[in-house]
Design a protein around this ligand. Structure first.
Ligand code: 13P
Length: 243
């Protein structure tokens, strides 16, 4: 199964979001071997879901609370996300890690909350430019993975997304060989540490319609996590066609 995930971040009001989704639905369809998933902001998700005729779009949330429920002002629980009709939750995006100081421990708790609700988790990992330049990408990413996961996790409900921080919104990507190698090393680490042989690994960071075919043709890449290019329906659909 291949995945294309649109992370809209804090962009698109509900009315604009609906227009984009309507345009996407006209052009592309989920298939048995590949699907697209949209992560709008949550109030848009509810509005969009209620305003599209057919319920054929898969939605996810960009985050969830580490807590189940209670006095946590501003937070949204995994249960609420599920109730809206989301099937996926993105956890550990580098913007959450760096801007909101989310630690490996917090992310692990969030992941457990999401999995308890039978939501599927897209777990993000990725190194900084300094780490990349120092050749430390792989040990850093493996540490992120081993700190967040343990053997009790139902890995059938987990997707990993590799997003080098320095490739996000920069129009720069690692070389194709570098992407494939890191994905390979992640798969290898999943085997060694958790005895998992099948787990989708998506690439994210400056994926556009002019580089997506090359990226998706890599042996160890199972799809993409798209930021900027997912805000434009025609561009997102073109990327989907290369998957
Ligand atoms: P860009 O596609 O804009 O580089 O963003 C990637 C990303 O952060 C998706 O989660």
């Amino acid at each position: 199964m291949k995945f294309l995930i649109a992370n809209w971040k804090m962009n698109k009001n509900f009315d604009d979001g609906l227009k984009v989704i309507k345009a996407i639905r006209k052009k592309i369809k989920n298939k048995s071997n590949k699907k697209y998933i949209i992560l709008p902001s949550l109030q848009s998700t509810l509005y969009i879901k209620n305003n599209i005729v057919k319920n054929d779009v898969i939605f996810g949330s960009q985050d969830c609370s580490q807590f189940k429920n209670g006095a946590f002002t501003g937070d949204i629980s995994a249960e609420m996300i599920k109730k809206i009709g989301c099937k996926y939750v993105l956890i550990g995006h580098s913007e959450r890690r760096t801007i909101f100081n989310e630690t490996d421990e917090v992310l692990k708790t969030k992941m457990n909350r999401a999995l308890e609700q039978k939501l599927k988790v897209i777990f993000c990992v990725g190194e900084s430019l300094t780490q990349f330049k120092q050749g430390k990408s792989i040990p850093f990413i493996i540490k992120q993975i081993t700190k967040a996961f343990d053997k009790s996790i139902n890995f059938k409900n987990v997707i990993i997304a590799y997003e080098p921080i320095w490739a996000i919104g920069t129009n720069v990507t690692p070389k194709m060989q570098e992407i494939d190698n890191i994905h390979y090393k992640i798969k290898e680490a999943m085997k060694v540490h958790f005895n998992i042989t099948k787990i989708p690994i998506l690439y994210g960071g400056s994926v556009k319609s002019d580089n997506s075919a090359d990226i998706f043709s890599l042996k160890n890449v199972d799809g993409g996590l798209i930021g900027g290019a997912s805000l434009i329906a025609s561009e997102f659909c073109k990327i989907y066609d290369t998957l």
